[in-house]
Design a protein. Structure first.
Length: 140
């Protein structure tokens, strides 16, 4: 079933790529009038990536873009709320503190999500209250 509103044409071959930030053009991806400029999160927010990696946040699995900081990965999942979070993006505020490990048997570590690169297999065990609030739409 096709929804004719921009950005909701599931039959469009480019829409899935645009939704994940894979197409960097702001032009229409096909005749369906899907326009990348109508996206909430600008693809230019993210470092270039070719695939999504699997991470776990408080026991739930998600796919996020490779080569991006964990805070940008959170923004990929919840573009609006993370954009309005009280994050400084440069280590000063400490609002993005997380605890994570890299799988069974690895030591848990504390880090700042604005400096930590998201990696395949990463398990985020604890998040700050600011991140939790921003990710509330994920029902963590």
């Amino acid at each position: 079933m096709l929804d004719e509103s921009p950005g909701r044409n599931d039959a469009c071959p480019g829409a899935a790529g645009v939704m994940r930030g894979l197409l960097l053009s702001a032009s229409n991806c096909c005749d369906c009038a899907y326009n990348a400029s109508s996206m909430t999160a600008s693809p230019s927010l993210f470092r270039p990536y070719t695939k999504l990696v699997k991470i776990q946040i408080l026991g739930k699995d998600f796919e996020v873009p490779e080569n991006n900081t964990l805070l940008r990965c959170f923004q990929f999942l919840q573009p609006e709320s993370v954009a309005y979070g009280r994050f400084c993006w440069n280590e000063d505020c400490q609002y993005c503190r997380v605890s994570f490990d890299m799988g069974e048997g690895s030591q848990p570590r504390a880090a700042l999500a604005c400096k930590l690169m998201g990696q395949d297999g990463m398990r985020v065990k604890e998040i700050s209250s600011e991140i939790k609030y921003c990710l509330r739409g994920l029902n963590l």
